[in-house]
Design a protein around this ligand. Structure first.
Ligand code: SP5
Ligand code: ZN
Length: 340
């Protein structure tokens, strides 16, 4: 299996994030995550680690507003030119209510407009790392469009919380959505998001489209991040009505309950008959994840891989979350091993 990976992710290593209550903690979405997965893949005889192709910006502008991408591109330089005391990461303390959106000119005003929380810290290499991650998912899409059964985008920063014009939840460019949109010119596409958190960005990007079925299985937003999206009654809009599905799960969900829910999602995919599948593969559903409250084991993750592979649809697998670094390698191998 082709695994697309770029060293550029190392340029994005924010010194901290801010938890609820204002606590500064070490950035959980860190470069070590990739090293753990790479090491595990290098121990197999089927993973072929490959540099991504540079696809340029047009496929990113097809999913994200150009003004937002411009903000990602210039904000670090602008941040250095401000008189802020601590410039270790660009992070605003004021956020836009999109119920009353006004886009101000100032850097911190735009940062609050374009960010949804205190985890999408921008540092010097964020934009380059985010572009490289999108190139990994586009390269994986191209490989699958070229006839391979599957390909893996081993990328960070992750993408599924990033919407058309916002960053959040460690995400800046929605890698899975950029790949799904690219594939959609060749036929119907499904995005299946198994990250522990609702893929709110992917949901927003395709909410009014009927040619891309989006499905997210995640911890119930009534108690978990991202709080404001991911409820079962969000089903799409306009032509897209009926082409989005959320499966919110209670805390403590075990392998059997998770796989039952997955089977319901897979039935929707079978009925939709997509030409391509994009899996937003977060490993934070794992029982011992520091952010998660769902109790899926490594065997459960293998079970997910086996079931999704049984759809027999050409599949792009895109790395999303997963913060138990010790377990990341074996969990990713558990999922991918069913596709090789
Ligand atoms: C891609 C991805 O998985 N993003 C997740 C971002 C979640 N950020 C919100 C974290 C909420 C922290 N709650 C503290 C619980 C510590 N036990
Ligand atoms: Zn997550």
């Amino acid at each position: 299996m082709k695994v697309y990976y770029s060293e550029a992710h190392r340029k994005h290593a924010p010194p901290f994030e801010v938890f609820d209550g204002g606590l500064r903690v070490p950035y959980l979405e860190n470069p070590d995550r990739m090293d753990r997965i790479l090491n595990a893949l290098r121990g197999t005889d089927w993973a072929e680690v490959t540099e991504p192709t540079d696809f340029g910006l047009d496929h990113i502008y097809a999913v994200h507003d150009k003004d937002y991408v411009d903000f990602l591109a210039s904000s670090w330089t602008e941040w250095l030119a401000t008189d802020s005391q601590d410039k270790s990461a660009l992070l605003p303390a004021t956020f836009a209510l999109r119920r009353h959106p006004q886009k101000p000119a100032s850097l911190l005003g735009r940062a609050g407009y374009y960010m949804m929380d205190l985890s999408a810290c921008i540092v010097e290499g964020t934009y380059q790392a985010a572009l490289a991650a999108a190139n990994c998912s586009l390269s994986a899409a191209q490989t699958v469009a070229g006839g391979e059964r599957s390909a893996f985008a081993l990328c960070r920063p992750p993408g599924h919380h990033a919407g058309k014009d916002y960053a959040g939840g460690y995400c800046f460019i929605n890698n899975a959505s950029v790949a799904a949109n690219w594939l959609s010119s060749e036929g119907k596409v499904t995005v299946l998001d198994i990250d522990y958190h609702c893929g709110n960005g992917t949901q927003d990007i395709f909410y009014e489209r009927e040619d891309v079925l989006t499905i997210s299985i995640h911890a119930d937003p009534n108690f978990e991040y991202p709080h404001f999206a991911g409820y079962a009654d969000e089903r799409g809009k306009g032509k897209g009505l009926g082409f989005h599905h959320n499966f919110p799960l209670p805390a403590g969900t075990d392998d059997a309950a998770y796989l039952n829910t997955l089977d319901r999602a897979l039935e929707l995919i079978r009925n939709f008959k997509p030409g391509y599948l994009v899996v937003s593969a977060g490993m934070d559903i794992y029982a011992d994840d520091p952010l998660g409250k769902i109790k899926v084991t490594t065997d459960g993750i293998k079970g997910i891989g086996k079931r999704v592979a049984s759809l027999a649809v050409p599949t792009v697998i895109v790395m999303e979350g997963g913060y138990n670094n010790d377990a990341l390698g074996r969990n990713v191998i558990g999922l991918l091993g069913e596709f090789k």
